[in-house]
Design a protein around this ligand. Structure first.
Ligand SMILES: [Mg+2]
Length: 175
């Protein structure tokens, strides 16, 4: 069984970086609860919107992102049992490429480079399962599409859902 796993907001916490940079620049700390069903650029004052949307295009945005809780342990276990690929639509943010590679080397060294896909449109992916936080990636996938919960997608009811990597242990019967 081939399982494709997204990076941002599935194993790497990009939401946290948005909140951190916004606080650094504007002195206001929004919370994950504030982001329920939306994105940070939608709730900040209109004059800050463009700056927030630019964050992931900045050179260091993806550097040393926090790891999503329990993802290392559970993905390693999945990798021992199944054919696991990490698949990120990284081409949208060219500066992210070296940071994502280094980040995987550091936190997910068991994912061989042959099992890392940095792509553009994820509709090219072929596999049995895709775990991703975005509807626009899940909706074009042919196999079983599983939505990984992130504040922005909490109101979406179209997909099977994983609320955390702890839930994945149950879903894939790893314990
Ligand atoms: Mg993502």
């Amino acid at each position: 069984m081939r399982i494709l796993i997204d990076m941002d907001d599935v194993i790497a916490n990009a939401v946290e970086r948005f909140l951190e940079w916004y606080e650094r620049d504007f002195g206001v700390r929004y919370t994950k609860e504030d982001l329920r069903g939306t994105k940070l650029h939608m709730i900040v004052p209109e004059e800050h919107r463009k700056i927030v949307k630019e964050y992931p295009h900045c050179e260091d945005f993806f550097k040393d992102l926090p790891v999503i809780e329990k993802s290392i342990e559970v993905v390693e276990e999945l990798n021992n049992r199944f054919e696991v690929y990490i698949a990120s639509a990284a081409m949208e943010f060219p500066y992210s490429l070296p940071h994502k590679t280094k980040w995987l080397d550091k936190h997910f060294p068991f994912i061989h480079w042959k099992r890392r896909i940095f792509c553009g449109d994820k509709s090219v992916l072929k596999g049995d399962i895709l775990i991703d936080d975005h509807d626009f990636n899940l909706s074009v996938f042919d196999g079983r599409a599983i939505m990984f919960s992130s504040p922005h997608n909490l109101n979406d009811t179209k997909y099977e859902r994983l609320d955390s990597w702890l839930d994945a242990e149950k879903l894939f019967d790893l314990k």
